[in-house]
Design a protein around this ligand. Structure first.
Ligand code: GLY
Length: 430
């Protein structure tokens, strides 16, 4: 197969890396990719929303499968455009991607499918939303309905914070049209887990879980980021939980979408909180997570191209069951000084080839090749992820940090506590 990966982050490097190992793949392209994908295939100078360009290049280069990494092109209908051109696409249609692009749509699907989540209310006018929080116990979570580049969720400890978040969304239009509707949810407590499966809209593979770290600072201090690290399997995970989430949470949502005429083909991401009252869904996303993909792709034992093509063509039942390894993996994300605020780019990255152990990987994210075609330069906030794999989380963690400690660029920063809570507890499975 000739495979095109759409996107340019660490998730897409991890997907491309795993696809490049597939015996079914003989040529790999990325649009637009980064310095990591450049070492695996051909980077094409196309943005993820240049649908005309992506369809044209897929036709010209006889691409057999397009794997769409990020949510934005999916929400805008890239899979629909590829379908119309007869090009198999791994990633849901615009209608099915509403599971991520509209929080109120997702909640209505979950309600119809009987999937438990927090109590919530949807508001399309500011007065109603303000009045609700006035008479509702804090804390609450205020969510912009649409896509807001990961910034549309406000955790509000008191009424004032909730009112501020509602006004920012609905009056000041901080997220544009995405904040015209808000969903206000009860605040839940417990460990968070991201769960992923491959689906063709009817069948769902066995699922795999990972934990991510969202805050910039150790111990969860400071502002939210795109993700500072991840590990899996999470220590709070089990085979029983995996089966429950697959059978009672994810498959019912897939079936409800199909009932509504929106067949879901691609990676389904179920964001859970494990509360004292049982698992509750915080969100569904229409893609793999970042930086979770960096720890789940190394654990995928099956042929990724075969599985993704089967999802795209509605034939997942015809391929061998998807297998995941239980071997732990830990990813430590290195970021530019100042991130998630403003930061400088263009610094040379050294130590990328200092491989002390074969059980390590480096996935590039905000990184690009200099004009010499060799030097790798920082080009974003989240620059790269160092991954360690081992028989225990402790071993995997040690290797991830050993690799990170050998890489440097001006202003490099990474958290030191990724997967720390999972050391010395029994390894989760699934
Ligand atoms: N790691 C969270 C996300 O990908 O949305």
């Amino acid at each position: 197969m000739r495979v095109l990966v759409v996107g340019s982050g660490g998730r897409e490097h991890a997907l491309a890396w795993r696809l490049a190992q597939s015996p079914s793949v003989y040529e790999l392209f990325a649009a637009r990719g980064n310095s990591g994908t450049a070492g695996l295939g051909i980077n094409l100078p196309l943005s993820e929303t240049d649908f005309d360009g992506i369809v044209a290049v897929s036709t010209e280069r006889s691409i057999d499968l397009v794997v769409v990494g990020p949510e934005v092109p999916l929400a805008l209908g890239l899979s629909n455009r590829l379908d119309a051109g007869g090009i198999p696409a791994f990633g849901p249609s615009r209608a099915a991607a509403q599971l991520e692009s509209s929080k109120s749509f997702a909640r209505s699907v979950m309600d119809a499918a009987g999937v438990p989540g927090p109590n919530y209310r949807v508001f399309q006018n500011v007065a109603g939303a303000l009045s609700y929080v006035q008479y509702h116990d804090a804390p609450v979570v205020v969510k912009a309905d649409g896509l807001a580049a990961g910034k549309g969720v406000a955790m509000c400890a008191n009424r004032e914070d909730a009112q501020y978040a509602i006004r920012a969304c609905m009056e000041e239009r901080a997220f544009g049209d995405a904040g015209e509707t808000v969903v206000i949810e009860d605040w839940l407590n417990g460990p968070e887990v991201s769960v992923f499966g491959f689906t063709d809209g009817e069948n769902l593979s066995p699922v795999v879980a990972a934990t991510d770290y969202k805050r910039i600072g150790e111990g969860g201090a400071g502002p939210n980021t795109g993700g500072m690290g991840s590990y899996g399997p999470p220590h709070c995970w089990s085979d029983e939980l995996a089966e429950t989430i697959r059978e009672d949470f994810m498959l019912p949502v897939i079936r409800e979408l199909a009932r509504r005429g929106a067949r879901y083909r691609g990676a389904l991401y179920c964001g859970l909180m494990l509360t004292g009252a049982g698992p509750r869904v915080l969100e569904f996303n229409c893609r793999f997570g970042d930086p979770e993909t960096q720890v789940i792709m190394p654990r995928l034992l099956s042929d990724p191209a075969e599985v993704m093509l089967a999802c795209a063509t509605g034939s997942l039942a015809d391929v061998e069951p998807v297998l995941w390894s239980n071997r732990p993996a830990v990813a430590v994300v290195m970021v530019s000084n100042g991130y998630p605020g403003s930061y400088q780019t263009g610094y040379a990255i050294s130590g990328l080839d200092d491989v002390v152990d074969a059980d390590t990987l480096v996935f590039h994210a905000g990184a690009r090749l200099d004009d010499d075609g060799e030097t790798v330069l920082t080009a974003g906030g989240r620059v790269l992820a160092c991954v360690g794999m081992g028989d225990t989380v402790q071993d995997a963690r040690h290797l991830a940090y050993q690799r990170a400690d050998r890489i440097s660029f001006d202003g490099a920063y990474y958290r030191r506590d990724i997967a720390a809570e999972a050391v010395n507890v029994p390894v989760g499975v699934g």
